[in-house]
Design a protein around this ligand. Structure first.
Ligand SMILES: C[S@@+](CC[C@H](N)C(=O)[O-])C[C@H]1O[C@@H](n2cnc3c(N)ncnc32)[C@H](O)[C@@H]1O
Length: 257
């Protein structure tokens, strides 16, 4: 992925991945941990993870809670990396990564106890969000739970969406708390738990917590020494800082009633 990446036009998450970032969610591991607490996974529960990226969350929950995970990821390089990570973790019998598009979930006929989706719905249009949320609902067993980790907009909605989309080079369309709730409701999912916090993706303390000391050193080194990577990462960081009062993360658990 890194060899052919055009750093000026690539989506922000690919640029950050090229810099060495593994955790690509606005609230980082701590926010994901809150989702796991709410979820209360039991051994043998089944989880469908949308946009599984490098398999980080899938590996974490399979290892800790002995659940079975099916991950869907579109980027072929990420699929290869996820499968390698899963193999190295000795979890190939518990986690399957399907190379596919979350807009085509019909190819998966199984229903799950949980659907986990982090940092993927924000990037979709209103129609796209509605389509994916409806597919999520259809892939949950009765009483199943949807675990979501996304970007939140608190104020200056149109300004935030415009600036973020320009900086991240993808359609960045974060919602307010009530808009996330309504979007879920429209798809037949009801918010049961929610938590919001600071957007810390490029905050040094959060990077240290998410990537560890040596991971952080690697990222800083890559950013400082790669003159193509540096302007994009610094521009995203500057933008997140400028918007810090308007944006954040949201994690929520929604039920199929
Ligand atoms: C911001 S990253 C988040 C990755 C991961 N969920 C995490 O929290 O670290 C977005 C991921 O979504 C994947 N992706 C984007 N659009 C997709 C789609 N339509 N179907 C499947 N995966 C997609 C990207 O390749 C990337 O791995």
């Amino acid at each position: 992925m890194t060899a052919t990446l055009n750093y000026s036009t690539a989506p922000g998450h690919q640029v950050l991945a090229a810099a060495g970032k593994r955790i690509l969610r606005p609230g980082g591991k701590a926010a994901t941990e809150q989702l796991f607490t709410w979820a209360n996974f039991q051994p043998e529960d089944t989880v469908l993870e949308l946009a599984a990226s490098f398999g980080e969350s899938a590996i974490e929950i399979a290892k800790r809670f002995n659940v079975r995970v099916v991950g869907v990821e579109k980027n072929p390089d990420s699929v290869v990396k996820a499968r390698d990570n899963i193999k190295n973790a000795g979890l190939s019998d518990q986690i399957t990564i399907i190379k596919g598009d979350i807009f085509n979930l019909d190819q998966i006929t199984e229903k799950f106890d949980y659907v986990l989706a982090e940092a993927i719905l924000t990037m979709q249009s209103e129609t796209g969000k509605a389509k994916i949320l409806s597919a999520i609902k259809n892939h949950l067993k009765p009483g199943g739970k949807f675990l979501s980790h996304e970007m939140l907009v608190r104020s200056n909605e149109s300004g935030v969406r415009k600036t973020l989309s320009q900086t991240i080079r993808v359609n960045a369309n974060p919602l307010t708390i009530s808009e996330w709730s309504t979007a879920c409701q429209d798809a037949g999912l009801t918010l049961q738990q929610q938590q919001t916090g600071t957007m810390g993706l490029l905050n040094l303390n959060q990077i240290l917590r998410d990537e560890g000391f040596w991971g952080t050193v690697t990222i800083v080194w890559n950013v400082l020494t790669n003159s193509h990577l540096r302007p994009r990462v610094l521009q995203m960081r500057r933008n997140f800082q400028q918007q810090r009062n308007h944006i954040g993360y949201i994690v929520f658990l929604a039920n199929v009633l």
